[in-house]
Design a protein around this ligand. Structure first.
Ligand SMILES: C[S@@+](CC[C@H](N)C(=O)[O-])C[C@H]1O[C@@H](n2cnc3c(N)ncnc32)[C@H](O)[C@@H]1O
Length: 491
């Protein structure tokens, strides 16, 4: 690579280090890939540099801003040759806000990148063989010959905007008064926003109204550094199918001054609002909600559906944020479970029981386990709300409760796992191997821990059949996948 225009200030800390690049020096680089943070992966003299804003296939001018032994970071100065997949971001504050990372890449290309990242993780971390359609076509082979795991194209959204049903917006202050928006990448600096294109429109209306009322009433915003000021966050939840809206004002103080003005203003500005709540959080913490919530106006909960199952959503209860794609994801999980009506199914890491209730429609008996007690209480309420009686929910660690069920004689035909980003505990995977259910369905929000855990299950006698990436969060780097495994003895 050609070195361009050194800044003149020879960086003495890194002087003639053994690295092939120098800090504060400009280089031209080829961008050869994209990492899991959405940064372009560039090569300069064989050295890897991560460059925010650069895309695969591009040639860019960058300045090296930070180096480590194996890699470094470059600041994008100029795009010399742009990728044909580069698009103009629709959002006016995309560059400053940390909410989205991929708006400068066409949506079709985002879906391809996400699938490729799943494939790369399965191959590199899981040491798994992925079926390569291109090779099969070239070599005239047939899919049925078991050429490896089928990783399907990512299931994307027809309209990948305005898909989030929940927003948690922090407030701050500038000279003109209250500001509200999302944090800048890697910081707690609030970027004031008028609209967020991945949130439901009701969120824009609520944030604008809260700023307006707050300014009129002289309400102060909470400041993290000093722990002073009143208004911390507003949380907006929307039932996509029902149209019901909940607004929760979170304050650093037990009272909201001028309650009536708040309620009247929000009701007038946001048609469809069914519930306005106040949550008190006086702790010096990053956690959004405090322990006390009361209803200022309307109902305690709103409702929404995933598939045919109805869910009650309260201020603090968890609910998947993209209901359209959740329907697809759980539909796939149900398909991979291949239930015929009489099976015993375990849903480990069940949250509020969403997948359990989906599965219960086609299973004999479902057992759900989840660490958060409140979520289990919601799961039980949701089962009751839908008249579903063939589910049993238990609060506890999945890796503790599953062996207990085993010793009580529970013999699952199918086990579904939907763990957090860190994946499954090894001991849970070991219990699955002892129980030997016919099928395992793995729902994952982290392709690297998915690949690690699939390797354990493969070593224990399972075969990974197919993986379906589902785009739950367009324009961000998040990847969700659902994966089907079968025990080799049952094939
Ligand atoms: C990715 S979420 C899945 C939620 C649920 N399946 C859904 O779709 O709504 C992972 C869940 O695992 C729970 N969890 C984390 N560690 C756990 C553990 N060791 N045992 C049981 N549940 C756990 C979290 O509280 C969270 O609800």
């Amino acid at each position: 690579m050609k070195r361009k225009n050194g800044t003149g200030t020879r960086p003495d800390k890194h002087k003639s280090s053994s690295l092939p690049v120098e800090k504060n020096v400009e280089y031209e680089a080829e961008i050869v890939g994209i990492n899991h943070d959405g940064e372009g992966v560039g090569r300069v003299n064989g050295f890897t540099l991560f460059v925010a804003g650069a895309l695969p296939g591009e040639r860019v001018l960058l300045k090296v801003v930070h180096t480590k032994k194996q890699y470094g970071y470059g600041k994008l100065l100029r795009i010399i040759e742009a990728s044909p997949e580069r698009v103009k971001p629709d959002c006016g504050i995309y560059e400053q806000c940390g909410g989205c990372q991929l708006q400068h890449l066409s949506y079709e290309a985002q879906l391809k990148v996400k699938r490729q990242q799943v494939v790369d993780n399965l191959e590199r971390i899981g040491k798994l063989r992925v079926f390569r359609e291109d090779l099969v076509q070239e070599q005239g082979q047939d899919k049925s010959q078991g050429q490896g795991i089928i990783v399907h194209p990512t299931l994307g959204m027809n309209d990948p905007w305005r898909y989030r049903n929940k927003a948690q917006v922090p407030f701050g202050e500038e000279e003109g008064g209250l500001i509200g928006g999302f944090y800048a990448q890697g910081s707690h600096r609030i970027i004031d926003m008028e609209k967020c294109l991945i949130q439901h429109e009701a969120n824009d209306d609520v944030v604008a109204e809260v700023k307006k009322i707050g300014k009129q009433l002289g309400i102060s915003a909470y400041r993290e550094e000093t722990h002073q000021g009143l208004l911390r966050h507003v949380v907006v939840k929307v039932g996509f199918r029902t149209g019901e809206i909940m607004v929760v004002l979170i304050t650093n103080g037990t009272r909201i001054p001028h309650e009536r003005e708040w309620v009247e203003g929000i009701r007038a500005a946001v048609p469809g609002v069914k519930s306005i709540c106040h949550n008190v959080n006086t702790k010096q913490t990053n956690v959004i909600f405090g322990d006390v919530t009361r209803v200022l106006w309307g109902s305690e909960v709103i409702y929404d559906y995933i598939g045919e199952i109805k869910f009650a959503i309260s201020p603090r209860s968890f609910f998947q944020v993209n209901p359209v794609q959740t329907d697809l994801l759980y539909g796939k999980a149900l398909e991979y479970a291949a239930l015929t009506g009489g099976e015993t199914v375990v849903d480990a890491y069940c949250g509020i029981g969403t997948i359990s209730l989906f599965l219960a429609q086609r299973a004999g008996q479902v057992y759900g386990v989840e660490i958060v007690e409140e979520a289990i209480a919601d799961a039980r309420k949701n089962a009751e709300l839908n008249g579903i009686t063939n589910v049993h929910f238990e609060a506890g660690l999945a890796e503790v409760v599953l062996p207990a069920w085993k010793s009580q004689g529970v013999k699952p035909d199918v086990i579904v796992v939907d763990p957090p980003r860190k994946g499954c505990e090894l001991s849970l995977l070991e219990t699955i191997l002892e129980l030997q259910p016919r099928r395992v369905v793995y729902v994952s929000c982290n392709a690297s821990t998915l690949a690690r855990d699939l390797r354990v299950l493969e070593n224990g006698g399972y075969r990974t059949v197919e993986v379906q990436p589902v785009d739950m969060f367009p324009h961000t780097t998040h990847i969700e996948s659902v994966c089907s495994l079968i025990y080799k003895g049952f094939e």
